[in-house]
Ligand binder design. Sequence first.
Ligand code: SF4
Ligand code: SF4
Length: 307
Amino acid sequence: MANKRFMGKIHTDPWESLAKGPREVMASLWEGYLAETLGVSKKSRRFKVLRQEIEKAAGFGKIFQDWHTLSPEARAAAWRRLISAARERLQATQESCVRCGECCELGSPTLLTPDLALFQKEVLSFDEVYTLRAGEQVTDREGKVTTLKEERLKMREVLGSRQCWFYLAAGQTCRIYDDRPEQCRRQNCWGLPAPPPAVAQLLNRRDLFGDVPEVWELINAHEERCACALVAQALTDLGAGQEEAGDALFEALHFDHYLRQLLLDDWSLTPAATELLLGRPLTEFLKTHGLAATLTPEGVFRLERRE
Ligand code: SF4
Ligand code: SF4
């Protein structure tokens, strides 16, 4: 493997550079050839995975090591070996995932309607998915912040990161690859980005709980009092000096908090599962609006501007 990069410019015909130049020139030409042939950025994990596999198959390390002792004919033969290893690998994986894990580290998938089957097969549990409600602010993989117009269900991320819950970074593997969600299957880092899913394709809480009246009524009761749009409106009204809007805001905060507590105590749900049923706590929503809501020992909320 090249441990010294050629940083100069290759002025002459590449074939002449290969026949007469040092191994760093060969390594530089090889990297350029690979990037062009594989059609992905040299910085991408996909490129690195494919490069490693191709170089292993073609014996690149040995070629690089021996380069200065090879005759022009032997160099040409070695170069052909590299090229054919690249072509073979490309034919096998041209438009398929090589499981490099780069997209899994950048975010977890939003679930689509075909993913309902993953709950039925028990690939996914209620602890591994949470709800982003309409009106919540989200940051996409490119760092763009948007406000959701409709709710969506999302796989959990590893705490403190954007990495998908099912991704094992140490081995760069997915724990459920054969049963991975639809959005993971639609990833095509080798081509143009897949178009965003249509609204009708988004899985939502009605798909999961619409047929379970006890749960569905509870979700609706929570939305009636704690919808993000209602809370956002109360914040706007408060900002405009309408102090009575504070009542609606505090009522929503308390209802949200004590309903979650009831689900933990009486329904024995986990905190994670409450975030699927009710979305993330309103205290989190308020954070995205620059407010910190703290529960006092008396059991009431206090609101402060966040630093
Ligand atoms: S789809 Fe994701 S995991 Fe598969 S090769 Fe592309 S970036 Fe890597
Ligand atoms: S489910 Fe698997 S493939 Fe999909 S983002 Fe998570 S780790 Fe990657």
